[in-house]
Design a protein around this ligand. Structure first.
Ligand code: HEC
Ligand code: HEC
Length: 265
């Protein structure tokens, strides 16, 4: 944000208030808090086309600092600070630390999605379409991808906890629980192992990298979603989804993973 502009607004609001009535005390403006008459700050923040690779490297390495959601978000914001500067410089990326392990190890939404979606939501008016596509992409893609496996083999990352290409697995779900546990089942790695952490570091890089690909397309006016809910899910939703008469289900996940086939004979 333009510093002079915000200062002017600040002064304006003080003068405005002071002129209005007797101020109880200056303590209203204590600390560094800024009171203005403005509504929310400008949104979306400016996006410039990014090269996904440096962001992916930083996301992978930052995973080991603050987890998956932080890793994805921090990498994006840090590179935007370099490319754009203000107001990205004012965003504390630690705010995404809560997302790790599907929100503090509870296994709900995969944190690499949480952090990535927060970044997308910050810079794009198409945040909803792009975010939804990322969720479906995540569930329908073998992770970690060949791209991050190759980056590991090429020693592109600065921090590495497990060498070489890793086993890839298909989650079918955006849930951390399903994604991580399926992969652990395949590899017999524990969730606490460096092997598993390396896997999630690469998934973090994959997810923010995919988002940058989509944001870049959007910038060129060429964005059109390709990943969507599966046909079998759509079928269930034709009777249960928000547009159906029953409208009793809020989900676009793979229904059968939890329900099996409830209408089978
Ligand atoms: C042709 C419409 C239709 C389709 C398609 C459909 N359902 Fe249903 N479903 C129903 C109806 C009607 C009920 C009964 C609702 C009731 O009795 O309250 C029901 C009940 C259910 C129930 C609760 C009852 C139970 O058996 O425990 C679940 C769970 C369910 N459906 C899941 C699914 C899933 C998952 C799919 C996709 C694989 C699906 N449904 C597809 C119409 C449909
Ligand atoms: C992550 C697991 C999970 C997924 C994925 C999931 N559900 Fe459910 N669903 C549940 C649970 C748990 C309940 C609550 C069951 C209960 O209270 O008995 C439930 C409840 C329901 C009910 C009401 C059941 C009843 O007894 O009336 C329906 C209908 C249903 N789900 C349909 C779907 C459909 C359709 C999808 C896919 C779009 C879906 N669910 C995806 C876990 C899941």
């Amino acid at each position: 944000m333009d510093k002079d502009l915000s200062r002017r607004h600040f002064m304006g609001s003080v003068v405005g208030l002071a002129g209005m009535a007797v101020l109880p005390s200056v303590s209203l403006f204590s600390g560094r808090q800024r009171l203005t008459a403005e509504a929310d700050p400008a949104w979306p923040l400016p996006y410039v086309a990014l090269d996904p690779k440096p962001v992916m490297v930083l996301a992978h390495d930052s995973f080991f600092v603050g987890g998956c959601a932080y890793g994805a978000f921090h990498a994006f914001i840090k590179i935007m600070r370099e490319q754009v500067g203000d107001p990205f410089t004012a965003i504390p990326t630690q705010m995404l630390k809560f997302g790790k392990g599907g929100v503090i190890e509870t296994g709900t939404l995969c944190g690499s999605l949480t952090g990535t979606l927060a970044a997308v939501n910050l810079v794009s008016t198409k945040w909803d379409q792009i975010s939804k596509e990322l969720i479906h992409w995540y569930a329908q893609t073998y992770l970690p991808t060949d791209v991050t496996n190759q980056m590991a083999v090429d020693h592109d990352f600065n921090t590495i906890k497990y060498e070489g290409a890793l086993v890839q697995s298909l989650s079918g779900s955006p849930l951390c629980h399903v994604s991580v546990t399926r992969w652990c089942d395949l590899t017999k790695a524990t969730v606490t192992s460096d092997h598993r952490k390396e896997r999630c570091g690469r998934v973090t890089a994959d997810t923010i990298g995919k988002a940058i690909e989509l944001l870049n397309l959007d910038l060129q006016g060429q964005y059109a979603p390709t990943f969507k809910a599966t046909e079998s899910t759509e079928k269930c939703l034709s009777c249960h989804g928000p547009k159906s008469e029953m409208a009793n289900v809020q989900a676009e996940m793979t229904c059968g993973q939890c329900h099996g086939n409830p209408h089978a004979e």
